[in-house]
Design a protein around this ligand. Sequence first.
Ligand code: NG1
Ligand code: ZN
Length: 542
Amino acid sequence: MDLDAVTKQSVLHAKPDGLILQYGTAGFRTKAEHLDHVMFRMGLLAVLRSKQTKSAIGVMVTASHNPEEDNGVKLVDPLGEMLAASWEEHATCLANAEEEHLPRVLVDISEKAAVDLHQDAFVVIGRDTRPSSEKLSQSVIDGVTVLGGQFHDYGLLTTPQLHYMVFCRNSKGQYGKATVEGYYQKLSSAFVELTKQAFCSGDDRRTLRVDCANGIGALKLAEMRHYFSQGLSVQLFNDGTKGKLNHLCGADFVKSHQKPPQGIEMRANERCCSFDGDADRIVYYYHDADGQFHLIDGDKIATLISSFLKELLLEIGDGLSLGVVQTAYANGSSTRYLEEVMKVPVYCTKTGVKHLHHKAQEFDIGVYFEANGHGTVLFSKAAETKIKQLAKESEDEKRKAAKMLESIIDLFNQTIGDAISDMLVIEAILALKGLTVQQWDALYTDLPNRQLKVKVADRQGISTTDAERQVVRPPGLQEAINALVKKYRLSRAFVRPSGTEDIVRVYAEADSQENTDSLAYEVSLAVFQLAGGIGERPQRGF
Ligand code: NG1
Ligand code: ZN
């Protein structure tokens, strides 16, 4: 390691005094103007991680659904997964080191993680469409090159595409070709193969309206749609030509406000969907003839997918296990439906896809979705081998089901939740089952729910347990929440510090929207009073 060169270069990417950042649920995220040093240092860290794992490592520059002025960065591990937890700590140390300590921290990390410094390093880089992203990804490149790492800059990519590229490179092409073209072809041919029965009778092209959050999803979907146009026609809105990224649109806006985005033309009973700013989340929705808005979130997406998979698994009858992983934000009705009606085992993990992803890996087929629409389905190697074998050898009906599962394996992004891939899976299932969006929506009725944010002086002062459903600290808060929850029917509430914003999140559900809103307000007030609230007190009414 040429530490002198690092020191010289680092001065050009100086850390603002006193700025402390944490590698959170989705890497580092804050105002773009505070991130130059973090980007440079994550370039350095990616080189060390690459040397240690002897694999390509990814660096994605994005702040997902955050406002356009923010930015962020996260590292992608060799199999396309989120960075390992022990390296998150290294990332935090490196990002917060004062200039003069930088060489020592690099040496420390190399020693602690037993990095072989003679090993080659390769880093792949992608970025979203934020105005700040191009310059920030150049800072990543500066960090990579000063430590002698090789790199490939893919430029504009969705987050899941970058994860895909990393996995392709490290699986030596077995997962697919590590190009944007390779990604389009892999997904599109799986979609066309899967849906060919549904569309073979005449021209039944279906149109889907897509709100692209004025982000990268618009560019990529515009490039990709020709590949699958024989089965599905997508109409793009909020494509970035006029509006601001994530402003009054996108999956996060639709889910948290429970209303349609601006800038989309909806027609009664016709399905629409929204991506978030880096296209790793998707939610569906429609309005009925009376103009009432219906949201179909990640929970209902997981339910649709699980029920389709379960049917196919019954047909192949090979005892493969199916499990669904959710977080505490999953609507109570979805959990009940999955467990009681569908008889599928459901597990709850902490928020953050890495937790869901790891849990889902415990099954032959693991379906995981956050309520906000981030999720995918993972197939174990053993399940994949079995399915491929049945697709070749078994007789008719079984074979047909196995072949469908084979296409589904290719259609799901196996590395991370992917709005484009999920959209194609959902469209395929709706077409194959002949389901309308209303029929899908009618699987179960969501319990009214409400999410609120409370500002506190130090959100780390709140700690939780039991997959974030119970507060441990500050004392008295959980007891207060329990007492409030008892006042309502079918009620549930929990609070946790956000990993991506400087706030505490409050979640409540109950038997009516009015009761839910009261409960959410009362719990917010308890947080404000018992956990050091700052600024304006929570207000009743939304
Ligand atoms: P935080 O800010 O930690 O709640 C949010 C989402 C997560 C996840 C991350 C990363 C909610 C309640 N939380 O995390 O699910 O998607 O952002 O983008 O939706
Ligand atoms: Zn995102």
